[in-house]
Design a protein around this ligand. Sequence first.
Ligand SMILES: [Zn+2]
Length: 311
Amino acid sequence: MTTRLYENAVFLEHNTPAGHPERADRLRSLNIALEHPNFSALERVEAQIANEDTVTLAHPEEHLFAVMREIPEEDGEINQIEADTYASPQSLKAALTAIGGAIAAVDAVMAGEIANAFVAGRPPGHHAEKSKAMGFCLFNTVAIAARHAQQKFGAERVAIVDWDVHHGNGTQDIFWDDPSVLFCSTHQMPLYPGTGARDETGVKNNVVNAPLSPNVGSDHFREAFKSRVLPALHDFSPDLILISAGFDAHHRDPLAQINLVGEDFDWATGRLMEVADRFAHNRVVSLLEGGYDLEGLAESAGLHILRLMKG
Ligand SMILES: [Zn+2]
Protein backbone atom coordinates (compact mmCIF):
# COMPACT_ATOMS: atom_id res chain seq x y z
CA MET A 1 0.00 0.00 0.00
CA THR A 2 1.01 3.53 -0.73
CA THR A 3 2.15 6.43 1.37
CA ARG A 4 0.72 9.67 0.01
CA LEU A 5 2.17 13.13 0.49
CA TYR A 6 -0.11 16.15 0.20
CA GLU A 7 1.51 19.36 -0.98
CA ASN A 8 0.55 22.62 -2.70
CA ALA A 9 2.51 25.61 -3.98
CA VAL A 10 0.22 27.90 -1.95
CA PHE A 11 2.01 26.69 1.20
CA LEU A 12 5.02 28.69 0.00
CA GLU A 13 2.89 31.84 -0.23
CA HIS A 14 2.08 32.16 3.48
CA ASN A 15 4.62 34.86 4.25
CA THR A 16 6.13 35.83 7.58
CA PRO A 17 8.57 38.71 8.21
CA ALA A 18 12.26 38.34 7.32
CA GLY A 19 14.08 36.35 9.99
CA HIS A 20 10.93 34.58 11.20
CA PRO A 21 11.70 30.89 11.77
CA GLU A 22 8.41 29.63 10.28
CA ARG A 23 9.19 30.34 6.65
CA ALA A 24 8.60 28.92 3.18
CA ASP A 25 12.20 27.71 2.92
CA ARG A 26 11.26 24.95 5.36
CA LEU A 27 9.15 23.27 2.69
CA ARG A 28 11.69 23.99 -0.04
CA SER A 29 14.28 22.20 2.08
CA LEU A 30 12.00 19.20 2.53
CA ASN A 31 11.25 19.15 -1.21
CA ILE A 32 14.94 18.90 -2.02
CA ALA A 33 15.28 15.93 0.36
CA LEU A 34 12.30 14.23 -1.30
CA GLU A 35 14.07 14.27 -4.67
CA HIS A 36 16.23 11.37 -3.46
CA PRO A 37 15.44 8.05 -5.23
CA ASN A 38 14.43 6.61 -1.83
CA PHE A 39 11.20 8.54 -2.23
CA SER A 40 10.37 7.45 -5.77
CA ALA A 41 7.45 5.31 -4.51
CA LEU A 42 5.96 8.21 -2.56
CA GLU A 43 2.71 9.30 -4.15
CA ARG A 44 2.65 13.09 -4.25
CA VAL A 45 -0.68 14.80 -4.78
CA GLU A 46 -1.88 18.36 -4.67
CA ALA A 47 -3.86 19.23 -1.56
CA GLN A 48 -7.16 20.95 -2.36
CA ILE A 49 -8.51 23.92 -0.47
CA ALA A 50 -11.10 23.06 2.19
CA ASN A 51 -14.41 24.82 2.56
CA GLU A 52 -14.29 27.56 5.22
CA ASP A 53 -17.00 25.68 7.16
CA THR A 54 -14.54 22.90 8.03
CA VAL A 55 -12.80 25.30 10.41
CA THR A 56 -15.90 25.17 12.61
CA LEU A 57 -15.32 21.47 13.30
CA ALA A 58 -12.82 22.62 15.93
CA HIS A 59 -13.35 26.37 16.32
CA PRO A 60 -16.33 28.67 16.86
CA GLU A 61 -17.38 30.55 13.72
CA GLU A 62 -16.21 33.77 15.38
CA HIS A 63 -12.62 32.51 15.29
CA LEU A 64 -12.84 31.89 11.54
CA PHE A 65 -14.20 35.40 11.02
CA ALA A 66 -11.56 36.89 13.34
CA VAL A 67 -8.75 35.28 11.30
CA MET A 68 -10.38 36.36 8.02
CA ARG A 69 -10.43 39.95 9.24
CA GLU A 70 -6.66 39.76 9.88
CA ILE A 71 -5.77 38.76 6.31
CA PRO A 72 -4.19 41.74 4.52
CA GLU A 73 -5.20 42.54 0.95
CA GLU A 74 -2.18 44.17 -0.62
CA ASP A 75 0.60 42.10 -2.15
CA GLY A 76 3.66 42.13 0.07
CA GLU A 77 1.73 43.15 3.16
CA ILE A 78 2.22 41.12 6.34
CA ASN A 79 -0.08 41.61 9.31
CA GLN A 80 0.87 40.74 12.87
CA ILE A 81 -2.02 38.86 14.48
CA GLU A 82 -0.37 38.39 17.87
CA ALA A 83 3.13 38.15 19.35
CA ASP A 84 4.70 35.87 16.74
CA THR A 85 1.79 34.98 14.46
CA TYR A 86 1.47 36.69 11.09
CA ALA A 87 -0.78 36.65 8.04
CA SER A 88 -0.10 37.60 4.43
CA PRO A 89 -2.65 37.83 1.57
CA GLN A 90 -2.42 34.09 0.80
CA SER A 91 -2.39 32.91 4.42
CA LEU A 92 -6.09 32.05 4.62
CA LYS A 93 -5.83 30.04 1.40
CA ALA A 94 -2.72 28.26 2.68
CA ALA A 95 -4.28 27.43 6.05
CA LEU A 96 -7.49 26.16 4.40
CA THR A 97 -5.43 24.09 1.96
CA ALA A 98 -3.50 22.52 4.84
CA ILE A 99 -6.89 21.59 6.29
CA GLY A 100 -7.99 20.31 2.86
CA GLY A 101 -4.91 18.10 2.67
CA ALA A 102 -5.47 16.76 6.17
CA ILE A 103 -9.10 15.96 5.49
CA ALA A 104 -8.33 14.29 2.18
CA ALA A 105 -5.62 12.26 3.91
CA VAL A 106 -8.11 11.11 6.55
CA ASP A 107 -10.62 10.23 3.82
CA ALA A 108 -8.08 8.17 1.88
CA VAL A 109 -6.69 6.38 4.94
CA MET A 110 -10.13 5.64 6.43
CA ALA A 111 -11.30 4.30 3.06
CA GLY A 112 -8.28 1.99 2.89
CA GLU A 113 -7.19 3.63 -0.36
CA ILE A 114 -3.66 4.28 0.95
CA ALA A 115 -1.63 3.00 3.89
CA ASN A 116 -0.83 6.34 5.47
CA ALA A 117 -0.18 9.96 4.60
CA PHE A 118 1.94 12.99 5.35
CA VAL A 119 0.63 16.52 4.84
CA ALA A 120 3.52 18.89 4.09
CA GLY A 121 1.59 22.06 4.77
CA ARG A 122 2.01 25.38 6.50
CA PRO A 123 1.10 27.35 8.53
CA PRO A 124 1.27 24.78 11.34
CA GLY A 125 -1.73 24.32 13.65
CA HIS A 126 -1.17 22.79 17.08
CA HIS A 127 -0.90 26.06 19.02
CA ALA A 128 -4.24 27.38 17.73
CA GLU A 129 -6.74 27.20 20.57
CA LYS A 130 -10.51 27.14 20.15
CA SER A 131 -10.70 30.91 19.89
CA LYS A 132 -7.13 32.06 19.49
CA ALA A 133 -4.53 32.09 16.73
CA MET A 134 -1.08 31.85 18.30
CA GLY A 135 2.43 30.44 17.96
CA PHE A 136 2.56 30.72 14.13
CA CYS A 137 -0.82 28.87 13.92
CA LEU A 138 -4.15 30.16 12.59
CA PHE A 139 -6.40 27.07 12.74
CA ASN A 140 -5.81 23.77 14.51
CA THR A 141 -5.49 21.49 11.51
CA VAL A 142 -4.96 18.24 13.42
CA ALA A 143 -8.00 18.90 15.61
CA ILE A 144 -10.14 19.57 12.54
CA ALA A 145 -8.86 16.32 10.98
CA ALA A 146 -9.81 14.39 14.14
CA ARG A 147 -13.32 15.85 14.20
CA HIS A 148 -13.69 15.11 10.48
CA ALA A 149 -12.77 11.45 11.05
CA GLN A 150 -15.39 11.26 13.76
CA GLN A 151 -18.15 12.99 11.83
CA LYS A 152 -17.65 11.39 8.42
CA PHE A 153 -16.46 7.92 9.37
CA GLY A 154 -17.81 7.47 12.87
CA ALA A 155 -14.32 7.01 14.31
CA GLU A 156 -14.99 6.55 18.01
CA ARG A 157 -11.46 6.93 19.34
CA VAL A 158 -8.96 9.19 17.61
CA ALA A 159 -5.46 9.48 19.06
CA ILE A 160 -3.32 12.55 18.41
CA VAL A 161 0.38 12.15 19.16
CA ASP A 162 2.31 15.42 19.19
CA TRP A 163 6.11 15.16 19.28
CA ASP A 164 6.74 18.76 18.32
CA VAL A 165 9.20 20.20 20.87
CA HIS A 166 6.57 22.75 21.91
CA HIS A 167 3.48 21.69 23.80
CA GLY A 168 0.36 21.44 21.62
CA ASN A 169 -1.66 23.74 23.86
CA GLY A 170 -4.27 24.35 21.18
CA THR A 171 -5.01 20.68 20.66
CA GLN A 172 -5.15 20.15 24.41
CA ASP A 173 -7.53 23.09 24.75
CA ILE A 174 -9.89 21.76 22.08
CA PHE A 175 -10.09 18.20 23.44
CA TRP A 176 -9.66 18.95 27.18
CA ASP A 177 -13.07 17.51 28.06
CA ASP A 178 -13.55 15.11 25.14
CA PRO A 179 -12.71 11.47 25.96
CA SER A 180 -13.28 10.43 22.33
CA VAL A 181 -9.87 11.95 21.55
CA LEU A 182 -6.63 10.98 23.30
CA PHE A 183 -3.99 13.69 23.14
CA CYS A 184 -0.41 12.63 23.93
CA SER A 185 2.45 15.12 23.80
CA THR A 186 6.20 15.03 24.33
CA HIS A 187 7.74 18.48 24.54
CA GLN A 188 10.41 20.54 26.23
CA MET A 189 9.44 22.21 29.50
CA PRO A 190 10.06 24.99 30.38
CA LEU A 191 9.52 26.35 26.87
CA TYR A 192 6.85 28.18 24.88
CA PRO A 193 3.86 28.10 25.35
CA GLY A 194 4.32 27.13 29.02
CA THR A 195 1.58 24.50 29.26
CA GLY A 196 1.98 20.72 29.17
CA ALA A 197 2.80 19.71 32.75
CA ARG A 198 2.25 16.09 33.69
CA ASP A 199 -0.67 16.98 35.93
CA GLU A 200 -2.59 18.49 33.01
CA THR A 201 -4.63 15.39 32.26
CA GLY A 202 -7.86 16.70 30.78
CA VAL A 203 -11.26 16.42 32.43
CA LYS A 204 -11.56 12.76 31.39
CA ASN A 205 -7.90 11.72 31.71
CA ASN A 206 -7.63 11.87 27.93
CA VAL A 207 -4.59 14.16 27.92
CA VAL A 208 -1.14 12.63 28.51
CA ASN A 209 1.72 15.08 28.78
CA ALA A 210 5.33 13.89 28.90
CA PRO A 211 7.45 17.01 29.42
CA LEU A 212 11.22 16.77 28.88
CA SER A 213 13.84 18.92 30.57
CA PRO A 214 16.10 21.06 28.38
CA ASN A 215 19.31 19.42 27.14
CA VAL A 216 18.12 15.84 27.29
CA GLY A 217 18.37 13.65 24.21
CA SER A 218 17.26 10.43 22.56
CA ASP A 219 17.22 8.30 25.71
CA HIS A 220 14.84 10.56 27.64
CA PHE A 221 12.60 11.03 24.61
CA ARG A 222 12.35 7.31 23.93
CA GLU A 223 11.79 6.56 27.60
CA ALA A 224 8.94 9.11 27.74
CA PHE A 225 7.45 7.53 24.65
CA LYS A 226 7.74 4.02 26.08
CA SER A 227 6.54 4.80 29.59
CA ARG A 228 3.86 7.43 28.93
CA VAL A 229 2.73 7.65 25.30
CA LEU A 230 2.67 4.02 24.18
CA PRO A 231 0.86 2.62 27.28
CA ALA A 232 -1.80 5.35 26.93
CA LEU A 233 -2.27 4.45 23.28
CA HIS A 234 -2.61 0.76 24.11
CA ASP A 235 -5.22 1.50 26.78
CA PHE A 236 -7.12 3.75 24.38
CA SER A 237 -7.02 1.40 21.33
CA PRO A 238 -7.47 4.13 18.72
CA ASP A 239 -9.36 3.78 15.42
CA LEU A 240 -6.99 6.29 13.85
CA ILE A 241 -3.66 7.87 14.82
CA LEU A 242 -2.93 11.45 13.85
CA ILE A 243 0.60 12.76 14.33
CA SER A 244 1.40 16.41 15.00
CA ALA A 245 4.83 15.94 13.47
CA GLY A 246 7.08 18.79 14.43
CA PHE A 247 10.80 18.27 13.99
CA ASP A 248 12.08 21.02 16.27
CA ALA A 249 13.28 18.55 18.93
CA HIS A 250 16.18 17.89 16.49
CA HIS A 251 19.52 18.88 18.01
CA ARG A 252 20.14 21.46 15.28
CA ASP A 253 16.91 23.35 15.92
CA PRO A 254 17.38 26.97 17.05
CA LEU A 255 14.17 27.26 19.10
CA ALA A 256 14.68 24.49 21.67
CA GLN A 257 17.29 22.45 23.51
CA ILE A 258 16.26 18.84 23.04
CA ASN A 259 18.95 16.83 21.31
CA LEU A 260 17.17 14.30 19.14
CA VAL A 261 18.71 12.87 15.99
CA GLY A 262 16.90 11.98 12.80
CA GLU A 263 16.75 8.29 13.75
CA ASP A 264 14.60 9.15 16.77
CA PHE A 265 11.81 10.26 14.45
CA ASP A 266 12.17 7.04 12.46
CA TRP A 267 11.95 5.09 15.75
CA ALA A 268 8.91 6.98 17.08
CA THR A 269 7.14 6.60 13.73
CA GLY A 270 7.78 2.88 13.85
CA ARG A 271 6.33 2.57 17.36
CA LEU A 272 3.18 4.44 16.35
CA MET A 273 2.81 2.28 13.25
CA GLU A 274 2.94 -0.80 15.49
CA VAL A 275 0.07 0.62 17.56
CA ALA A 276 -1.84 1.46 14.38
CA ASP A 277 -1.26 -2.05 13.08
CA ARG A 278 -2.61 -3.57 16.28
CA PHE A 279 -5.66 -1.37 16.83
CA ALA A 280 -6.32 0.96 13.92
CA HIS A 281 -6.01 -1.00 10.67
CA ASN A 282 -2.65 0.74 10.14
CA ARG A 283 -4.34 4.13 9.82
CA VAL A 284 -1.82 6.92 10.35
CA VAL A 285 -2.08 10.51 9.11
CA SER A 286 0.84 12.79 9.91
CA LEU A 287 0.81 16.58 9.66
CA LEU A 288 3.84 18.85 9.59
CA GLU A 289 3.99 21.20 12.56
CA GLY A 290 7.32 22.87 13.53
CA GLY A 291 10.97 22.28 12.72
CA TYR A 292 13.09 25.35 12.05
CA ASP A 293 16.57 24.21 11.14
CA LEU A 294 16.40 23.51 7.41
CA GLU A 295 18.86 20.63 7.50
CA GLY A 296 17.43 19.11 10.69
CA LEU A 297 13.90 19.36 9.32
CA ALA A 298 14.77 17.79 5.96
CA GLU A 299 16.64 14.92 7.59
CA SER A 300 14.04 14.20 10.28
CA ALA A 301 10.95 14.59 8.11
CA GLY A 302 12.64 12.52 5.41
CA LEU A 303 13.29 9.64 7.82
CA HIS A 304 9.75 9.94 9.19
CA ILE A 305 8.27 9.70 5.69
CA LEU A 306 10.58 6.83 4.75
CA ARG A 307 9.38 4.90 7.80
CA LEU A 308 5.75 5.55 6.83
CA MET A 309 6.59 4.19 3.36
CA LYS A 310 7.94 0.97 4.82
CA GLY A 311 4.36 0.28 5.95
ZN1 LIG B 1 7.34 23.57 17.75
